[in-house]
Write a protein that binds this ligand. Structure first.
Ligand code: GLP
Length: 261
């Protein structure tokens, strides 16, 4: 794991955006896995500013989002589909055909297979998602946020490191942490998430953590051996992971500059 510690959230956002933009400049048809949450908002804002007015930016890029809530339609304001439109897709020249976000209602599956129950259709949706990643040639670069309990995507503690895209029941702490993103505070109970194994297949990974609320999780990440009880520690099995943290998130680490693990 390579550790990069920057001063603050603005620097973290600019650094992450630079990594994304450099990747798509070098490989215009790159396949990216993208996160949601508060942490990547600044990265997306920087990417949008850099792309505005540029003839070509995302035209041949494919994206796969890490996760989506089960039981709400894409147009729901709390969905990750809406989030991605708001923060990135509505502002750049991405081809909608190259945007992939798990469908938490498995609508396309249910049209093709009306005999399936919702849960059966969600299983098929997960298998289709894996297949689409494979057909796209695999993921070049994955950006991750970090849950306070160490989750990546929506892989909650206890998820196997070999897991593929699957439906997961969200922990109470994750639902509370995300409640203010839903107007009535009611967060869905389940989500579809790329598995940890799917994430580990990515050719490169950047994990971002900002602010003091993440300091304990960052310390655990730095100090723990791979343990499914702390999902992000599975990243230690990968050979190209950059952990990008700001000084508040790295406050509990023994040294705060240029740290390498
Ligand atoms: C959600 C998302 C994760 C994200 C995490 C941290 O649960 N599914 O992908 O990394 O929250 O979010 P935040 O960046 O808002 O702290």
């Amino acid at each position: 794991m390579k550790w990069v510690v920057v001063e603050n959230y603005a620097a973290l956002s600019a650094t992450a955006a630079r990594v994304l933009l450099d990747t798509i400049a070098k490989k215009p048809d790159a396949v990216l896995a993208l996160p949601t949450g508060r942490t990547p908002e600044g990265m997306y804002a920087n990417v949008v500013s850099a792309c505005v007015g540029k003839g070509r930016c995302f035209r041949d890029v494919s994206t796969f989002n890490l996760d989506e809530y089960v039981g709400i339609p894409p147009e729901h304001p709390g969905s990750y589909f809406s989030y991605m439109k708001r923060h990135l897709f509505d502002h750049v020249d991405i081809d909608p055909e190259k945007v992939n976000i798990p469908d938490g209602l498995a609508s396309r599956v249910r049209i093709e297979h009306p005999e399936l129950s919702l849960d059966e259709a969600l299983q098929v949706e997960c298998a289709w998602y894996e297949e689409n990643i494979r057909k796209a040639g695999g993921i070049d670069l994955t950006f991750l946020g970090l849950g306070r309990n160490g989750h990546i995507g929506f892989n909650e503690p206890g998820t196997a490191f070999e897991s593929r895209t699957h439906v997961i029941r969200l922990s109470e702490s994750t639902r509370i942490a995300n409640a203010d993103l839903f107007a009535d505070g009611t967060v869905p109970e389940r989500a579809i998430t790329m598995g940890i194994g799917t994430i580990l297949d990515s050719r490169a990974i950047v994990l971002m953590a900002s602010g003091s609320a993440k300091a304990a999780a960052v310390k655990t990440l730095a100090e723990s051996n791979p343990d499914p009880g702390f999902p992000a520690s599975g990243l230690k099995h990968h050979r190209d992971v950059t952990v990008l943290v700001d000084s508040a998130a790295s406050a509990l680490l023994p040294s705060t500059s240029g740290k390498r693990h």
